[in-house]
Write a protein that binds this ligand. Structure first.
Ligand code: SF4
Ligand code: SF4
Length: 202
């Protein structure tokens, strides 16, 4: 079809709908009734929780952190990091920086030390620090480590304090603290061995 000069034909398109259109019945259209229903639900939850709290049952209030520490973290909770030691006590970490590279919050800082005399493990971390004020406990550092040198125990770090800088936890603490839960996981057995574990977290 020919159009007059200066005019562009705009074609009507049917847009695909990717969502469910909201539908409201007559009841929802009378908003006041829905408001009353919402208040009834809120009031019911409040009274139920109040009843639990008065009778001392679990589930009514949250823990008064940091005075109270939850005891029911999930078994696989990702809490505080553990730096794994070798059998001779040295860190299993080879300061490859992969954990720091993958960390989405950029909270791991590593300074490598090179010892040419140690032919088996010439690189180790001179400094290894995690800023827990920004860590999001995603566990990607653990996944990325090619040496299984960093793990996360279920205990949460003791974070509260007046100073953000106190939330930086360094190599010595990450190496030396003793998780109550067993953070260690066994290595897959190497071919030709009995599968004895090496490098348990300590
Ligand atoms: S748990 Fe996630 S945010 Fe925390 S140090 Fe590891 S990679 Fe970074
Ligand atoms: S903890 Fe693992 S990934 Fe991070 S620097 Fe050490 S060896 Fe590399």
């Amino acid at each position: 079809m020919n159009h007059a000069p200066g005019w562009v034909k705009v074609e009507r398109r049917t847009r695909r709908v990717y969502w469910n259109e909201p539908t409201m019945g007559a009841w929802e259209r009378v908003y006041l009734l829905e408001v009353v229903r919402g208040l009834a639900i809120t009031g019911g939850v409040f009274l139920r929780n109040m009843g639990k709290w008065i009778t001392g049952r679990k589930g009514a209030v949250t823990a008064y952190y940091p005075e109270e520490i939850r005891a029911d973290y999930a078994r696989h909770n990702r809490g505080k990091h553990v730096l794994v030691r070798r059998e001779d006590g040295s860190p299993q970490c080879v300061a490859c920086n992969m954990c720091a590279t993958v960390c989405p919050a950029r909270v791991i800082e590593i300074e490598a030390h090179h010892d040419p005399a140690d032919t088996a493990h010439p690189k180790s971390p001179a400094r290894f620090e995690i800023d827990y004020s920004r860590c999001i406990f995603c566990g990607l550092c653990v996944e990325a480590c090619p040496e299984d040198a960093i793990r996360m125990a279920k205990e949460v770090p003791n974070l509260p304090g007046p100073d953000r800088h106190a939330m930086w936890i360094g190599k010595e603490e990450l190496l030396n603290w003793q998780p109550a839960s067993d953070a260690a996981k066994r290595y897959p057995p190497r071919p030709g061995t009995t599968g004895a574990p090496a490098g348990e977290a300590s």
